[in-house]
Design a protein around this ligand. Structure first.
Ligand code: AMP
Length: 286
């Protein structure tokens, strides 16, 4: 497996592969791999000749009081987890290489970024779309795989490639969960046992919404109140948002139907912010 730290070297290698007729899939990550990341890499490997995984904790998508310093990092551990996976190259640049002195360009998707996480993390998506554009230009992949765990991010990236005619096919991967329902996240490593228990409030709320909707409750106001009470009944939880939105526009809705996604963001113990989402009325198998 090739490891590249420098954008020019990454680009040269990828270009050579493309000219040799190989297709490339990029899986952008912030590292500290879990089974969710590995599932994305396997999906990428099933559809493209070569998989490139980028590993970069992108400082520009973190706000001033967020967890950039506490975000888990362990490059050696990650490389061990990649052993046996069909990953042809890892791109792990430093912030200085990605944002050298004089850097001043930003790529911003306007409307779909204003809801949900965009409200509480106003600069987050501009950081994401700028770094993803850079990664796409450096690797020039044919496809890229993103997790539905970051549902809004996926919608924003789809908008980005469509609006800017970026020739990269965007593929979504369903949320990978622990056996008890908790959506896998690198941030889960920062949960102590009590907070780990409280983190189950998110998947529990999703289950509750599905049960209530299944019994005919389609009023978002009613669902929202019940879910908020449920989440706050767990110790040390604080709600960022409990939102019912249209799956494409991400605009809030007042009644749930087959297009409605419940999106959740909850702080646990003031330290770890967790997100989760899912269709409220999933088709069989979802
Ligand atoms: P991250 O390293 O957390 O930035 O995530 C890198 C990619 O993995 C993103 O596209 C995420 O949406 C995706 N991802 C993270 N956790 C999960 C999960 N539990 N299930 C599916 N995809 C995930």
């Amino acid at each position: 497996m090739n490891i590249f730290k420098e954008p020019g070297e990454m680009h040269a290698w990828a270009r050579k592969q493309t000219l040799a007729g190989k297709t490339i899939a990029l899986v952008p990550t912030m590292g500290f791999f879990h089974e969710g990341h590995i599932a994305l890499m396997r999906l990428a490997a099933s559809r493209y000749d070569l998989v490139v995984v980028s590993l970069f904790v992108n400082p520009t998508q973190f706000g001033p009081n967020e967890d950039l310093d506490r975000y888990p990092r362990d490059f050696e551990r990650d490389m061990v987890l990649l052993k046996g996976e069909k990953v042809a190259a890892v791109f792990a640049p430093t912030p200085e290489e990605m944002y050298p002195p004089g850097f001043q360009t930003e790529v911003q998707v306007r409307t779909v970024t204003t809801h949900l996480c965009g409200r509480s993390r106003p600069h987050h998506f501009a950081g994401v779309t700028t770094v993803v554009t850079k990664l796409f230009n450096i690797v020039q992949p044919d496809g890229a795989v993103f997790g539905e765990k970051d549902f809004q991010q996926l919608a924003v990236i789809r908008r980005l490639v469509s609006d800017l005619n970026i020739p990269v096919k965007i593929i979504g991967h369903p949320i990978v969960r622990e056996a008890d329902g908790l959506a896998m996240s690198s941030r889960n490593t920062n949960l102590d046992p009590a907070n780990r228990a409280a983190a189950l409030s998110l998947s529990g709320a999703l289950r509750m919404a599905r049960e209530m909707a299944g019994r005919g409750q389609t009023s978002v106001a009613e669902l929202q109140e019940a879910l908020e009470n449920y989440i706050l009944s767990f110790s040390a939880t604080a709600i960022d948002y409990v939102s019912f939105v249209d799956c494409d526009s991400l605009e809030p809705v007042t009644r749930v139907d087959e297009r409605t996604v419940l999106a959740l963001a909850v702080h646990v113990d003031g330290k770890v912010r967790l997100i989760d989402n899912g269709y409220v009325m999933p088709r069989t198998g979802e």
